[in-house]
Ligand binder design. Structure first.
Ligand SMILES: Nc1ncnc2c1ncn2[C@@H]1O[C@H](COP(=O)(O)OP(=O)(O)OP(=O)(O)O)[C@@H](O)[C@H]1O
Ligand SMILES: O=c1[nH]c(=O)c2[nH+]cn([C@@H]3O[C@H](COP(=O)(O)O)[C@@H](O)[C@H]3O)c2[nH]1
Ligand SMILES: NC(=O)CC[C@H](N)C(=O)O
Ligand SMILES: [Mg+2]
Length: 511
């Protein structure tokens, strides 16, 4: 893939958004950590470079710096926030701590028409998030825009084509931010190519064919979006050389195995191998109540099942997995390692068992791009827009020990919730929705009799990436209908509650 714009990450929370905005404009871009900037720019030969924002202050002793040779490559550069401040000091200007911090919307007044402001209104609303500011202009630069708080909101060195802006064009609050980023790519850097999913699919298919030759590829397939799109792409490229393996863990939802098998065999015509490992998973989980212990047992059992299965396919040289761009970025980001809240298991993410070479065709894509690719490849919409479902499945939605009886109860309750969401046209409006079996008993009255039964929690959240989430504000009539149906139709449940916590401080799953 020809990288048109290279983004150097200085640790901003919004770095990924810069790449997304550019790609939405059809400009292919990639992110690298700032310290790899010069090397990547030399190798990837982009048409322009963007410096992201970042939490540090340029006058700090250990502030992130770039190799100054990057300014001599003759490529246009756009510095955003921290990126602007870094350019300022690198060219002999001065950055100081501002008297007051500036967070939020500001009116940007354009002082001089310029390529990056083509077709942008004057004034325009932009979004600021900084506590340092440019005090003295760097050499060779002049001001082209200001706000009431920031006298130097945009500056340029025309000779070197280096632009620097204090606001964040990548966030949605900057009303014409996408236009400014597009202008930088198209008007300043002269990017003319138009990147889209059809384009991407074609290139990947060609690449996979060349890489794999006549060998075989194993793909762990969950029926989720990421692994399904990976499998579909591979199947397009290498046909029957693909060995897709789906594990029935016994922790799946109602009809899930049948639906996944149906979609792959009859809709996509991919011959799927289903491994029935229900007994293995359930027997190992017997008597286990600790959430982390459950997750670890499931993760290990997955590897074991795959090891056994892989032995049967000696000629399989490759393993395909649905790694996405955020997974990649997280592992190379300049941010330090974060705390483990839960052991997220990802079958493919475990390299110990692998004599395999990896194939990760989605590693440059965001989730919504993967969905577009899925549609491009002809995957059915209900599969493409399926809610995420975690590898450990229903085991982390039953509080405490997992057993067949509780799994059955939870499957029925969950099924009713999903059925109703679809019936009310709400399924695609929430990011994820499911039922949780609480293992809390409470007293009820049904048909004049006392009941003492289990309770179910309904969890529906909106989110863009699963990292943060808020509970979905669903109509009360809908919730009432779901609760009534669950209590009436599922034996063993006499109470339904709605989870109204957000993430953070809660998480999406209960375990
Ligand atoms: N039941 C399963 N059988 C085989 N592989 C599985 C199973 N469950 C999970 N995996 C593997 O673990 C990976 C991680 O799961 P994850 O839920 O993150 O992705 P996904 O299921 O492909 O997509 P989604 O996020 O939409 O659920 C999957 O891509 C798949 O390779
Ligand atoms: O593949 C997965 N393996 C896991 O072990 C796992 N645990 C949580 N999830 C999913 O990740 C998102 C965030 O979940 P949490 O807020 O509960 O951490 C939500 O979408 C969860 O469903 C998992 N996915
Ligand atoms: N968002 C940013 O890039 C902030 C840059 C710098 N830390 C400041 O506060 O001004
Ligand atoms: Mg999944």
């Amino acid at each position: 893939m020809q990288v048109e714009i290279l983004i150097l990450d200085f640790g901003s929370q919004y770095t990924q958004l810069i790449a997304r905005r550019l790609r939405e404009e059809g400009v292919y871009s990639e992110i690298v950590p700032y310290y790899d900037g010069l090397k990547a720019a030399t190798q990837k030969k982009p048409k322009g470079i963007i410096f992201s924002g970042g939490p540090a202050s340029v006058y700090d002793k250990d502030a992130y710096r770039v190799d100054k040779k990057i300014y001599e490559l003759g490529l246009p550069i756009l510095g955003i926030c921290y990126g602007m401040q870094l350019i300022t000091v690198d060219f002999g200007g001065e950055v100081v701590r501002a008297d007051h911090h500036e967070y939020g919307k500001a009116e940007l007044f354009i002082d001089e028409p310029h390529k990056i402001f083509k077709d942008v209104s004057n004034p325009t609303i932009v979004w600021m998030s900084h506590s340092d500011r440019v005090e003295k202009l760097p050499n060779g630069f002049k001001r082209i825009a200001h706000t009431s708080n920031a006298p130097y909101a945009a500056i340029v060195n025309e000779e070197k084509e280096i632009y620097a802006i204090q606001f964040h064009p990548e966030v949605a609050h900057s009303v014409e931010g996408s236009k400014i980023l597009r202008n930088f790519a198209r008007e300043v850097c002269g990017v003319t190519s138009k990147w889209d999913m059809a384009h991407f699919a074609k290139e990947q298919i060609k690449k996979i064919k060349e890489q794999v030759g006549n060998d075989k590829v194993i793909c762990a397939l969950s029926g989720g979006v990421d692994s399904s799109v990976t499998a579909a792409l591979l199947h397009e490229a290498i046909g029957d050389q693909l060995i897709p393996i789906f594990v029935d863990t016994g922790l799946l939802r109602k009809n899930e195995r049948e639906e996944v098998e149906h979609a792959f065999k009859n809709v996509l015509h991919v011959p799927l191998i289903t491994v029935d490992a229900r007994d293995k998973f359930l027997s190992r989980l017997k008597g286990v109540t600790d959430p982390e212990e459950k997750r670890k047992i499931i993760g290990h059992t997955f590897i074991e099942v795959f090891e056994e299965e892989a032995k049967k396919h000696k000629d399989a040289k490759y393993l395909a997995q649905g790694t996405l761009y955020p997974d990649v970025i997280e592992s190379v980001s300049v941010k330090g390692p974060s705390k483990t809240i839960k052991s997220h298991h990802n079958v493919g993410g475990l390299p110990e068992w692998m004599k395999f070479e990896l194939i990760e065709p989605l590693r440059e894509l965001f989730k919504d791009e993967v969905r577009k690719l899925g549609l491009e490849l002809g995957l059915p919409e209900d599969l493409v827009y399926r809610h995420p479902f975690p590898g450990p499945g229903l085991a982390i939605r039953i509080m405490g020990e997992v057993n067949e009886k509780d799994l059955e109860i939870l499957r029925e309750a969950d099924y009713i919730l999903i059925q109703e969401l679809k019936a009310w046209g709400l399924y695609n409006k929430v990011w994820q929705a499911f039922a949780v079996l609480l293992n809390v008993r409470s007293v009820g009255v049904m048909g004049d009799n006392r009941t003492y039964d289990n309770a179910v929690a309904i969890r529906c959240v909106s989110s863009t990436d699963g990292m943060t989430a808020t509970f979905s504000h669903l109509p009360h009539e809908f919730l009432e209908k779901v609760a009534t149906r669950i209590i009436n139709e599922v034996n063993g449940i006499n109470r339904v509650v709605y989870d109204i916590s957000s993430k953070p401080p809660a998480t999406i799953e209960w375990e």
